[in-house]
Design a protein around this ligand. Structure first.
Ligand code: ADP
Ligand code: MG
Length: 283
């Protein structure tokens, strides 16, 4: 991946035509850009280097360094980086299927098979990150995009936004608090020092909500259970859900990070592998 250091934005603007805005995050704006020669389209995130503090600038460098290393089917792909004295242009694959959260909310119902596909892919991506010594720290459905490159595959997820990600070896504890409160693991909230297992908690929150329905009342219920430090499975929502799915959620949402299932173990879980009455036959 090329990282071009250039004196001003003319070079980027000569190469790419800037199109509509795709989104806006805490640090920058993301637009569609079109290569003027190849006519290929990409997503370009522009971040102002001079805005924000030294630590946000260091975090941005970290985000770019992490994205450069990553090569996985379910993780956003970086194409090139342009850096001027004032701004950084991050050119990546453009995913036009929107955020996973919108897809899930627009469908009134996600089947167990849908959830199995989403969670196994997410675990695959997270196992790869953890093996590479990277902790995402901000996993949530808003940070998962959908690619439409294969129209048959409606859950072609792409994990993105490495803005809070960090590199670590699994023996050391991370100390600064960050993340999005609702998806944050209890050990992160309590500032006890935490490891890569905080990402697994976030997967658990997503899986619970995907199964019972991604709606406000369920979010409130789950939030109350976390506050009371007891995850429950009320019949109203869970009576038609398989024991295998429930068992995986129980293992994802363990308050003690040492007891919580690892990303690699998720991939070995019977429910993920189509046992416990859930068929893997997607035809
Ligand atoms: P920030 O770090 O500032 O929060 P993000 O990386 O989360 O910025 O990007 C902001 C928004 O831009 C995302 O929520 C998403 O809607 C859109 N976006 C980001 N990257 C892409 C991409 N590669 N393809 C399509 N849309 C994207
Ligand atoms: Mg974001």
């Amino acid at each position: 991946i090329h990282h071009y250091r250039i004196k001003d934005k003319t070079e980027v603007e000569n190469k790419y035509k800037f199109g509509r805005k795709l989104g806006e995050g805490a640090f920058g704006t993301v637009n569609v850009v079109e290569d003027k020669i190849s006519h290929l389209t990409w997503a370009c995130k522009v971040v102002n280097k001079t805005k924000g503090s030294v630590s946000t600038f260091e975090q941005l460098q970290q985000e770019i360094n992490i994205m450069k290393q990553l090569n996985h089917p379910y993780i956003v792909k970086l194409h090139e980086v342009y850096e001027t004295p004032k701004k950084i242009y991050i050119i990546m694959d453009n995913y036009d299927g929107g955020e996973l959260v919108s897809k899930v909310r627009e469908k009134s119902f996600c089947s167990e098979e849908d959830v199995r596909i989403i969670i196994s892919r997410l675990a695959d991506a997270v196992a790869y990150l953890h093996e590479s010594g990277i902790v995402h720290r901000d996993l949530k459905p808003e940070n998962i995009l959908l690619s439409t490159e294969d129209p048959e595959d409606i859950y072609n997820i792409k994990v993105m936004d490495f803005g809070l990600a960090t590199c670590k070896d699994s023996s050391t504890m991370i100390e600064n608090i960050c993340g999005t409160p609702f998806y944050m693991a209890p050990e992160v909230v309590d500032n006890l020092g935490y490891s890569q297992q905080c990402d697994i908690w976030s997967i658990g929150i997503m899986m619970y909500l995907l199964l019972v329905g991604y709606k406000k009342e369920c979010e409130i219920l789950l939030h109350q259970m976390i506050t009371n430090r007891k995850i429950e499975f009320p019949d109203d929502y869970w009576k038609n859900i398989s024991v295998g799915a429930r068992n995986l959620v129980e293992n994802l949402l363990k308050f003690d990070p040492a007891q919580r299932i690892t990303a690699k173990e998720i991939l070995q879980h019977p429910w993920i592998n189509g046992e416990n009455g859930v068929s893997t036959n997607t035809t």
